[in-house]
Design a protein around this ligand. Structure first.
Ligand code: 6PG
Length: 264
């Protein structure tokens, strides 16, 4: 395959993994800003956000032109705006406390009138954001989508075997029956995730090791949605801590990292 670059990196600790996620975010931002004058990123919730926030905390961020960033979400949990389960609230606490972005740079799905409506409205804002800058298939190309993965293999709010995985007509999809609470969510669709210029997974913990091995070494299957993430043309980077990589053979993750990622 010539149009996709995939790397798997294994870090000794979660802290190093967080620093690697931070380095990856800042590098993608610098590249996008120099190529296109802005950086459009979609974040996910859960531990990946916490690790990224911790990784950014020690960095000098003033030279990173964060005023040119637009921060979106790969998925959102449709609960009240101030509910601590919301990904945008977690981002405010874990990330925007260290990363200088203003409220008007952040685009997140809102709860209120049901998941389909919320998905529709979020898609409308994304269409405004991307304007005519779409790929030949009419899809937006996020500069970076940051994803986590659940023990069951879900990513964003695309769950194993769920009908959303077959839906290709919309950029954003709503669901009311997520198996992981809360049940009402919106998610970027798989085609939109796979249209990104770069997708980065951050996964830690031994409980996820079997699913990591499944996603990375077996056939892509809707039983493990993370395995279906293959941006093309685009770049796919998996960052794992040693415990999450525990079921991979050394030959399956040739890049072993024992030093901290360089700080820009
Ligand atoms: C969500 C997330 C989801 C998350 C995974 C992994 O809103 O639920 O976006 O896709 O990234 O569930 O979460 P953990 O890393 O916390 O296990």
């Amino acid at each position: 395959m010539t149009d996709q670059k995939k790397t798997i990196r294994v870090w000794d600790t979660k802290e190093q993994l967080g620093e690697a996620l931070a380095a990856s975010l800042l590098e993608a931002a610098a590249g996008a800003i120099s190529a296109r004058g802005r950086f459009v990123v979609a974040l996910s919730g859960g531990s990946v956000l916490q690790m990224l926030g911790a990784g950014l905390a020690g960095r000098e961020l003033s030279g990173h032109k964060t005023g040119l960033w637009r921060v979106c979400f790969a998925d959102e949990r449709l609960v009240a705006a101030d509910d601590e389960q919301r990904n945008d609230r977690q981002a405010r606490e874990a990330l925007f406390s260290v990363l200088p972005v203003r409220e008007e740079q952040v685009l997140s799905p809102q709860a209120g009138a049901g998941a389909s409506r919320s998905a529709h409205e979020y898609e409308r804002s994304l269409r405004e954001l991307f304007g005519r800058q779409l790929d030949p298939r009419g899809l937006p190309r996020f500069d970076l989508i940051l994803l986590g993965m659940g023990e069951d293999g879900h990513t964003a709010s695309l769950f194993p075997g769920h009908r959303l995985l077959q839906m290709t007509g919309s950029w954003v999809l709503g669901l009311e029956d997520a198996p992981k609470p809360p049940p009402a969510r919106v998610s970027l669709s798989l085609p939109v995730i796979n249209a990104a210029r770069k997708v980065v997974f951050g996964v830690a913990g031994s409980q996820k090791a079997p699913t990591v091995a499944r996603a990375l070494t077996q056939e892509a299957t809707s039983a493990c949605p993370a395995s279906l993430v293959r941006p093309r043309p685009g770049e796919l980077n998996w960052h794992l801590d040693r415990t999450a990589a525990g079921r991979l053979e050394p030959a399956q993750h040739p890049v072993q990292e024992s030093d901290s990622p360089g700080k820009a």
